[in-house]
Design a protein around this ligand. Sequence first.
Ligand code: SAM
Length: 323
Amino acid sequence: MILRQAVTADPAFEFAADVRAGLLLRGQKELPSKYLYDEVGSALFEVISALPEYGLTRADERLLRMHAAGIVARLNSPLVVAELGSGSGKKTRYLLEALDRGEHTRYCPIEISHAALTMCARELGDIEHISIVGFEREYLDGLREVAAHRRPGEQLLVLFLGSTIGNFDRPADVTFLRSVRNTLQTGDALLLGTDLLKPIPQLLDAYDDALGVTAAFNLNLLARINRELGGNFRLSDFEHEARFNPKTRSVEMHLRSKHAQTVHITRAGLSVRLEEGETIWTESSHKYSPSELLQLAMAAGFRFQGQWTDQEWPFAETLLVAE
Ligand SMILES: C[S@@+](CC[C@H](N)C(=O)[O-])C[C@H]1O[C@@H](n2cnc3c(N)ncnc32)[C@H](O)[C@@H]1O
């Protein structure tokens, strides 16, 4: 894999600034979900993907396995593929293998997690007609760079799988997809994998598994602050909580303070007081209906090309084309 890393901002400085801003909020304290994915977080997310309660990844994978040929048949040639937040890229293999159309294809995973990019290169590095160019970047920075280096006549296919779009609040999801659209040329494609609404107990189990892996994934954010920013969070003083918010149709992950406490974070220059029962909101996963997805896509400047849904775990793969 060729790896392109960001050379500008100091990541620790940005992390400290975001932690400061989120923990100093007057009402609900927050931490951005992107910081869940350091080396430990990315490894834990891989385990979550295999848990019986987390049917989402298996549904996404089933759809790609069953329909890769049909999806690829709707795309042009030559093609360059960019994947936003690829993670390990395991299920992307089905699409990349289906792209064997007698020519070489560049696959560009865009990830803030170095560990995820390393896993991705290991996972997909053996596909003969694919060359991997990894971008250790934020989604849009990476996508702009891929778009800037495309060759004349190449169609750009953007993959945004695993329902990661659900981490954006409504209507920030439309705003984000519009920015993706504005980076593309007319005729480029976006394949969006999204989790659909389902019974609340099933959703809550998916984000609060019996083994406690999702709890560890969530608590690792505090451990990461301790490791990288000199925080003194005692993990045993917090507990993981998943709750469904009916107004936003999302599952929220929180970290609940078990008692009143003050935490110090040296490299963020911060002391923060948490009351008993107070929570830090770490992630939202919004759930969609198939028709809402079409409205979302249209509002962002895309035209509908095809949709495939999984019945076992309601999930949709939607192929869109930039208008
Ligand atoms: C929910 S995981 C999904 C991984 C994979 N796409 C899948 O379907 O299993 C989200 C991934 O996006 C990455 N990520 C989160 N925020 C990001 C950002 N702002 N820019 C780039 N990557 C990001 C994380 O490191 C993580 O690997």
